[in-house]
Design a protein around this ligand. Structure first.
Ligand code: GLY
Length: 573
């Protein structure tokens, strides 16, 4: 009797504990320290956030519940990602925000990093003209002037809540700490030696014994930096104490970012790239992102081919999309760069006549060749970027992709300020014809120049149906970003896949050079064999991207899907 009472008591305690573990109070950041779950999909009516980390999605949701809109949520989510997802979430990097506001206005906010004033075209070449890629990829010299904080303040005018409310979850998470996931533990352990090598002030990411899932990561210096930003606004990052810490860090490692570079940094509102596809309207990012133009070209090259009939992942469909990608990426390498510095012929590259002519040599019976398909007549970079998609009940949709470039960026943490700097300088073309860390090529259009923004592939995108948000989508993945966004849109519109299938099904990628199709593990063998029989070289690789999508269902509910390739999580209410 006594035993069965004890057993019942223990069962009740255990079930209470489970309930706490599964249903943390999302409005109380301290509750997330101990327990959180990763929810992959949610269907809801008031607002949804999908991002690379459950605590960041939850930070976004919590500010929406306080009356904020999708822009508020996007700002809070980005700040939280800078704490809980240091591999790519950042305040030391840059990004792009594309939004469709309830009043019908499209936004494209550019907060891409810039080359410091002291940077120069040949800064990564040795005396013999040989590229020293280690310098563009690791350590102090690899960093461009960060843009993220300027971008968040540029977005703030479309938000409803004060910045101090939006940054609070990030400050709590940095100050009190949070339990890391197994993926994060693996990342921090894998980069331990790099953190030691590229830092003279030991960062919070380094500890004696290996990290494991459930360990608490506390970032006091980062919390102090976030508080300066809360109290002083943009100046709390680009001037004063934080600027001093950045410049001192640069001096310790022969980096170039100066006080003037920081003070002069400005985010820019660009005109979103908008184009039609099969009755939908696609809103995406213009230069310095190559992504908007690539998906414009690729979608429109396939538009009249009835790909839906060919079948999802069929040889014919994949071949058609690969040939569109080949041509678009050849144009990327030749023509694209920061349009504030070089003339990028966007109008021509996206004109009906050009698209038609560019695809006129497409042959559905055999593999194309990057030897013969050059750029039309008139770079893969890091995969460690991160994307978030947000929607609210007011009619606003926001798509944001931000990046440090490589995993943990330059690996250099600003001593005393606690945040990682980017290694975005590698997204420039260090020397024409020399591939960057992920194989992307570039020419003069993307050569380094002081104050210039490096070409990006980030493609935050919103698909409109009858003028209203229908699909909010984007992904990290370096040069695979535009091809993943391209596939996600075609998966939904043409193949009529469910949102989950559109995100989860294995993806493929072709970027002109190297002339190979990369397919994700699990891609149908039959299709691979069919493509090989046509003459394509096919390589199986690890996962491609981490797509975060929100679809508006008939009736108006939001269906949010977080990628299952990482800790990505969907939150909604
Ligand atoms: N560093 C990734 C991108 O901007 O494309």
């Amino acid at each position: 009797m006594k035993h069965s009472f004890l057993l019942a008591f223990l069962l009740v305690i255990a079930s209470l504990h489970r309930a706490v573990a599964q249903e943390p109070d999302i409005d109380d950041p301290s509750s997330v320290k101990a327990h959180y779950k990763i929810q992959k999909t949610v269907t809801c009516s008031n607002g949804a956030v999908v991002s690379a980390h459950p605590l960041a999605s939850r930070a976004g949701l919590s500010v929406m519940k306080k009356g904020g809109n999708a822009v508020d949520a996007a700002i809070a989510t980005q700040l939280a990602l800078a704490v809980v997802y240091p591999g790519a979430g950042n305040i030391g990097g840059g990004g792009f925000m594309v939004a469709r506001l309830a009043n019908g206005k499209n936004l494209a906010i550019d907060y891409r990093e810039k080359a410091p004033a002291a940077a120069g075209r040949d800064m990564y070449l040795d005396a013999n003209g040989n590229p020293q890629m280690n310098l563009s990829q690791n350590g102090h010299l690899a960093s461009g002037v960060p843009g993220t904080i300027a971008g968040l303040f540029a977005s703030l005018k479309y938000a409803k809540l004060p910045f101090s409310v939006l940054i609070e979850p990030a400050i709590e998470l940095a100050e009190k700490g949070f339990e890391i996931t197994a993926n994060e533990a693996n990342g921090l352990n894998a980069y331990k030696n790099a953190f030691i090598k590229y830092n003279s002030v030991q960062p919070a990411f380094v500890k004696e014994t290996p990290w494991k899932a459930g360990d608490t990561l506390v970032q006091k210096d980062l919390a102090a930096t976030l508080k300066r930003i809360r109290d002083l606004g943009q100046k709390g990052f680009y001037e004063g104490e934080t600027a001093k810490l950045i410049v001192e860090e640069m001096q310790r490692g022969k980096g170039l970012i100066s006080y003037e570079d920081l003070k002069n940094y400005q985010a820019k509102e660009r005109t979103a790239l908008v184009f039609p596809y099969k009755g939908y309207s696609i809103v995406s990012m213009p230069m310095p992102s190559s992504g908007g133009v690539i998906i414009n070209q690729a979608l429109r090259m396939i538009e009249d081919k009835n790909i839906g009939k060919m079948g999802f992942a069929s040889v014919g469909a994949v071949q058609l999309m690969v040939e569109a990608e080949r041509r678009a990426y050849a144009d990327r390498a030749e023509f694209m760069g920061d349009a504030d510095f070089v003339k990028v012929p966007v109008k021509k590259l996206t004109s009906d006549a050009y698209i038609k002519e560019r695809f006129s040599d497409y042959d559905p019976t055999k593999a194309g060749s990057s030897e013969t398909t050059k750029a039309g007549k008139i770079n893969p970079e890091s995969e460690e970027t991160t994307h978030l998609s947000v929607i609210d009940k007011f009619g606003n949709a926001v798509s944001v992709t931000t990046t440090l470039n490589g995993g943990y960026g330059s690996k250099t943490v600003v001593g005393g300020a606690g945040f990682l700097l980017n290694n975005e300088m590698d997204d420039f073309s260090v020397k024409p014809g020399v591939p960057n860390m992920y194989g992307a090529l570039g020419t003069e259009a993307n050569a380094i120049a002081p104050g210039k923004r490096m070409l990006s592939s980030m493609t935050p995108t919103i698909v409109l149906k009858a003028g209203k948000p229908f699909l909010v989508v984007g992904t990290p993945g370096g040069t695979t970003i535009p091809t993943s966004v391209f596939q996600s849109i075609v998966n939904v519109i043409d193949f009529k896949l469910s949102t989950a299938d559109a995100v989860y099904k294995p993806k493929f990628h072709h970027q002109w050079q190297p002339d190979e199709i990369y397919v994700e593990k699990g891609f149908p063998e039959k299709t691979i064999d069919g493509l090989k029989a046509m003459g394509y070289k096919v390589n199986v690789r690890g996962s491609i991207g981490r797509t975060e999508a929100i679809r508006v269902l008939p009736g108006g509910k939001f269906e949010a899907v977080a990628d299952n390739r990482g800790d990505d999580a969907a939150e909604g209410y």
